[in-house]
Design a protein around this ligand. Structure first.
Ligand code: 3SK
Length: 516
């Protein structure tokens, strides 16, 4: 098991340590406009911001500081400054609107905010309804924060924090519309660096990380800041990281390790031609289940076997995954060393291999909801009960079935929506799809698919609507030919796009509501 000293500040272990050990000149972060920061540069900037927080804003240990910005080295410097002063970072997704910011600020009792100037408007609207929020400083452009920071000395003595002091309140992305705040300690930040990256990713100090998840999503914070810095590697922080932007960026920066979601890999697989991806050696997929078809597409396009993983904001990062060599199409992997996982039935009994139930996880990081009655429902006996239905096979590989609420019960059959999605995604005309249960008087529910067609196919459909029924039948027959026929989508609707959260997770609940 992992051992940590009683007193520790994660900024020391991830940032200051490199300078102390004489490696401050190593490249740490790159950003827009040719910006390149060494570990010493990042430390100096974080120290100056820490001084602004303490000396100008009066921030003290335990204060909650909202952080709102695109992925930039400046945002990372602000995050480390918050750690250094012993405060708690409450990072929010860049696209959150005032209404959602109000929920977060009120729930976390945020007292201060550091905000990218380009995202100031919604926060300003929110501030009026948030009496706890005393001060907001902006950065970027002619940001006031940079000016204040520049006037401060570049040294700072970190606040002496306990390993078990809370340093992050991460909000779940709110697929149900009710975000939950999850609290994590300084030691949790270091624990995740010693688990999945060491056992599954096995990155090297010369690696250069890149990817799309926002730093406000712990998938992005870990993959693009904590993991590279834990081994003295470097990272590229992209403000815009759509699939179209990520491909040329990998080539431009000669990145070696990419973090993004399955949907982005699928989109990128169709566009790799013309981009020099020869630097890339590892690709990590998480955020949602990786369909076997997407793994195959990416391998065909790049020759790279993806590393898949499932994590949760509640557990901070990935807890089931595999190495490249152990990849098994269709399976997420095995518990990351340090974590235990099992499958439970509705009564909380452990199920044998092969049976579908609820995934439960235990490990060095764990869920502590902030002031939320759901704590006792989702955490029992040290086990975190996830919202995912899985089975474990005889070899101990965990195979994703569905979100527990993505199970469709139709005519007495239990049908996992994502399984039908995987079957549809193998059809060459299908770009994206989402499968949900739609109410039906005879069968209780029927399987309904929302399908986004590949370029060209959608245009053909718009020009000749009579094609629709032919295409629906073609897709239904295709699914019937690849999985148990009772699972085929009895209803199919074509869409230009699908609703997703900012972290790229499909919002099936929206489609489910529409289908009722
Ligand atoms: O799989 C996820 O959704 C996730 C959530 C938080 C942190 C990391 C990951 C991969």
């Amino acid at each position: 098991s992992l051992q940590f000293p009683e007193r520790l500040n994660c900024a020391d272990a991830l940032l200051d340590r490199w300078v102390r050990e004489g490696q401050g000149e190593r490249l740490c972060m790159e950003g827009a406009g040719g910006l390149r920061w060494s570990y010493a540069d990042l430390q100096a900037q974080a120290n100056r911001i820490a001084r602004v927080l303490v000396e100008d804003l009066g921030v003290v240990s335990g204060n909650r500081v909202l952080l709102r910005g695109a992925n930039t080295p400046m945002m990372a410097a602000c995050w480390f400054a918050i750690m250094k002063v012993g405060a708690i970072a409450v990072a929010t997704m860049p696209l959150l609107r005032a209404k959602e910011l109000v929920q977060v600020i009120q729930k976390a009792e945020v007292s201060h905010a550091l905000c990218d100037e380009r995202l100031a408007e919604e926060l300003q609207l929110a501030q009026a309804q948030c009496p706890t929020l005393r001060q907001v400083l902006h950065y970027g452009g002619a940001g006031a924060l940079e000016a204040r920071a520049a006037a401060k000395p570049a040294n700072f003595t970190n606040v002496d924090t306990a390993a078990e002091d809370c340093c992050i309140i991460a909000f779940t992305s709110g697929t149900t519309g009710q975000p939950k705040g999850t609290m994590h300690f300084h030691r949790d930040v270091l624990a995740i660096c010693q688990c999945w990256p060491v056992h599954c990713l096995r990155a090297r100090p010369e690696d250069k990380f890149i990817g799309s998840p926002p730093l406000a999503f712990t998938f992005g914070l870990g993959g693009l800041v904590l993991f590279p810095m834990s081994i003295g590697a470097s990272t590229v922080l992209l403000e815009k990281a759509s699939p179209e932007a990520l491909l040329p960026a990998i080539a431009q920066y000669r990145a070696t390790i990419c973090f993004t979601a399955p949907t982005a890999y699928r989109a990128m697989a169709a566009q790799v031609g013309g981009h020099d991806l020869s630097s890339l050696r590892q690709c990590v997929s998480a955020g949602e289940a990786l369909p076997a078809a997407t793994r195959a597409l990416w391998k065909e396009a790049t020759g790279i076997e993806m590393i898949d993983g499932i994590g949760a904001t509640e557990l901070l990062h990935i807890f089931i995954s595999h190495t490249e060599a152990e990849a098994r199409p269709g399976a997420t992997g095995r518990p990351v060393p340090g974590y235990q996982a099992c499958i439970l039935d509705d009564e909380g009994r452990v199920l044998p291999p092969g049976q579908v139930g609820r995934l439960a996880v235990k490990g060095p990081t764990g869920c502590r909801y902030l002031a939320d009655e759901r704590q006792t429902r989702y955490v029992q006996g040290g086990w975190n009960l996830t919202g995912d239905a899985y089975l474990m096979d005889e070899q101990g590989y965990f195979v994703y079935q569905a979100r527990t609420d993505d199970m469709i019960i139709s005519g007495g059959y239990n049908i996992a929506g994502p399984e039908v999605e995987s079957a549809l995604l193998l059809h060459p005309k299908v770009a994206e799809c989402a499968v949900v249960g739609a109410r039906d008087p005879e069968r209780g529910e029927i399987v309904k698919a929302f399908v986004v067609l590949r370029d060209g196919q959608g245009d053909a459909l718009r020009q000749d609507p009579a094609l629709e029924s032919t295409l629906i039948k073609e897709l239904q027959d295709f699914v019937k030919a690849s999985i148990a026929p009772y699972k085929y989508p009895r209803a199919i609707e074509f869409r230009a796009s699908l609703p997703r959260t900012e972290t790229g997770k499909l919002q099936r609940f929206r489609l489910r509501q529409e289908a009722q």
